[in-house]
Design a protein around this ligand. Sequence first.
Ligand code: RB5
Length: 147
Amino acid sequence: MIALGCDHGGFAIKEAIKKYLDESGIEYNDFGTNSEESVDYPVYAKKVADAVASGECEKGVLCCGTGIGISIAANKVKGIRAAVVTNEFCAEMTRRHNDANIIAMGGRVISEEQAVKFTKIFLETPFDGDRHIKRVNMITEIENENS
Ligand code: RB5
């Protein structure tokens, strides 16, 4: 189960990603927003981050104007590693090296086609493990020291 969320700036790419998930038979929970009416991105970041951190959803996709605000908010939730992605290389590497559990993208930065492509790569790429486990654990240690 994939958690989806966006603000008004990310609504169009979220809808394109939903279409791709529907066509691929991938289950998702859409936490909104559901129009281009102005809303506050931290609301949707928290809904998706909570769903991923609790295990209700295995990964999340968040979209705002840049992907930045919504990722910053999501990363405040313990256990979340949300990465802003602007190209295919980063979509792949943030799974392989960072074990990112949320991809964040900007509807004012990338096209709908790119958003779908980056989401597909993110969902299909496994974590490399190995030497990267230690580094991801170090991120968790920082989180634990501050919670
Ligand atoms: C909303 O105008 C915009 O600030 C938001 O979508 C996002 O880009 C924030 O980082």
